[in-house]
Each structure stands twice: as C-alpha cells, then as structure tokens.
Ligand binder design. Structure first.
Ligand code: PLP
Length: 267
C-alpha cells in the first residue's frame, strides 16, 4: 500500500459498552466503515447488554492520559470524538490533554444518560462539561434532554430548538448539531429534524421517523461526523453525511440480545 492510500486516523475518547452496541465499540465500527483508522482511549468501562447497564468502572485518570498521549505521540490524528466521560475529574483530564495536543477537530457528544436510563455522567460534572469542553469543541452533538441540561431550559418544539442553538452559542459553542429525535410526537410528526448551526445560519436535516427503539445512535452519529472530517469534508457536509449514515444504519439494524432495542449495522 502506498502512502496516498493510507486511511486517516480518528481518536475516540469515550466509554466501553460490553454489549457492543454503543460507546467505543460503535465508534470503532463507524470509523472502520468509513475506512478511517480508529484509535481509542477508554475513559470508562460499562458492564452492559441490550437491556441495562449493570456496572460502571472509571479507571484512574493518569491511565486515561497515558492512552491519549500514546495516540498523539505516534499517529497523525484528523479528529477526536468525545463520548461518555463519567465525571468532572475525567472531563478536566481530557480538557488538559486536548489543550496540550491541540487536535484539529473535536466532536463532543455530551453523553449524560443511556437510552436504558443509566446515568453515564455524574450531575456535578455538568459545569466542567459546560465551561471546559463546550468552548473547545469544533462541534457539539446534544440530543434534546442533553441540550436542556446544558442551557437550563425546556425544548418542546422547533422554535425552542432554534432558541437552544442561540443559548449554546452564548455558552461558547462554535457549532451545534442539535438532534431532534426526542421532540414530542405531535410537534415532530412523521419526521425527525436535526439542526446543524455554525453561527452562519441553521441547516435542517430531515429523515423519516423510524418507529424503533435503538441503542448507540448518538455515539455513531458523532463518530461518523469525526470520520467525515478526517476524510476532508467540511463541518456541514460531514454532519449531513453522518445523519444519512445513521439513518441507513438504523434501517439495517438488528437485535443481537434479548432486549427489544436495535443496534446499528455499521456497514
Ligand atoms: N454506553 C456507553 C459506553 C455510551 O457511551 C453510550 C452513549 O453514548 C451509551 C451506553 C448509551 O447509548 P444509548 O443511549 O444509545 O443506548
């Protein structure tokens, strides 16, 4: 293989999902599907299947920093994706590491609670997320419950989604991909509308609403944006390609466990 055929590298700093549907496992499968070489620094480990998270272990932050440094010391990293970071100490360690290594792109999925209802971020960590990571991210990809916690306001219709984008910009966010999947059904009808905003306008991205309970969509979306940035797309095109990718992966999804939730097919 010559150098021009070398895949670019993306780094995920996130939590491991033993069930393989979300977290680091979904990120690495997404990178591979985009022909991007995946690197990982594991910030938290979950014992998890398709029905529940049964335990969480957060390794020492010095070991997390060693993983991040090892990746930056040897690879040219095109984009970093941030997922489950568990607590404020981990967030501060990640922020320090990124300040040191200065990656070109940081896609922040502000993971807080799993679809199955497990808390993946301590409530006391919200402030560290808001003040240290939001301003350093190239793109933040909250769902509506996460955006509500970040801005402290309810979001119940499309107008409120536009207001939330303004509030997130006021907190120092450069660009937002606000996911509309949690909008009340009467406000959303048959479509899911996600909004991309980079301070130069708002671009809506619509897909047919699929009546399925899926697991790992947020992780997959953020890592698909990171992969597309590594491949040279701009932020808006990377966001469009990533929402299309998640929709297609959902259509091909399958149920590997006894739970009723679908995992994505990362083709
Ligand atoms: N487990 C881990 C390790 C995650 O990082 C995430 C999401 O980001 C989840 C579980 C939750 O995934 P979902 O809400 O799609 O079930």
């Amino acid at each position: 293989m010559n150098d021009t055929a070398l895949p670019p590298c993306a780094l995920t700093i996130a939590g491991s999902d033993s069930g393989g549907g979300a977290g680091i496992q979904a990120d690495l499968k997404t990178f591979a599907a985009h022909r991007v070489h995946g690197l990982s620094a594991i910030a938290a480990l979950t014992a998890q299947h398709t029905r529940a998270v049964t335990a969480v272990h957060v390794p020492d932050v010095a070991f997390l920093r060693a993983q991040i440094d090892a990746c930056f010391d040897d690879f040219t990293i095109g984009a970093v994706k941030l997922g489950m970071l568990a607590n404020a100490e981990v967030i501060l360690a990640v922020a320090d590491a990124l300040e040191h290594h200065k990656p070109k792109h940081v896609v922040l999925d502000p993971v807080m609670v799993s679809t199955s209802g497990a808390r993946l971020l301590e409530p006391g960590a919200l402030d560290a997320l808001r003040t240290r990571l939001l301003p350093m991210a190239t793109l933040v990809t909250p769902n509506l419950p996460e955006a509500e916690l970040l801005i402290g306001e309810r979001i119940e219709d499309v107008d409120a989604m536009h207001g939330a984008i303004d509030a997130l910009h006021a907190l120092g966010t450069k660009a937002v991909l606000l996911k509309g999947g949690h909008l009340p059904v009467e406000a959303a009808r048959d479509e899911v509308v996600d909004l991309f905003a980079d301070g130069n306008g708002v671009h809506p991205m619509s897909h047919a609403r699929l009546k399925i309970d899926a697991h790992g969509t947020g992780c997959t979306l953020a890592s698909a944006v990171a992969a597309n940035l590594c491949l040279g797309r701009d932020l808006r095109d990377a966001s469009i390609a990533a929402t299309d990718y998640v929709h297609a992966a959902l259509l091909r999804g399958y149920r590997p466990g006894r739970g009723d939730v679908l995992v994505l097919d990362h083709f």
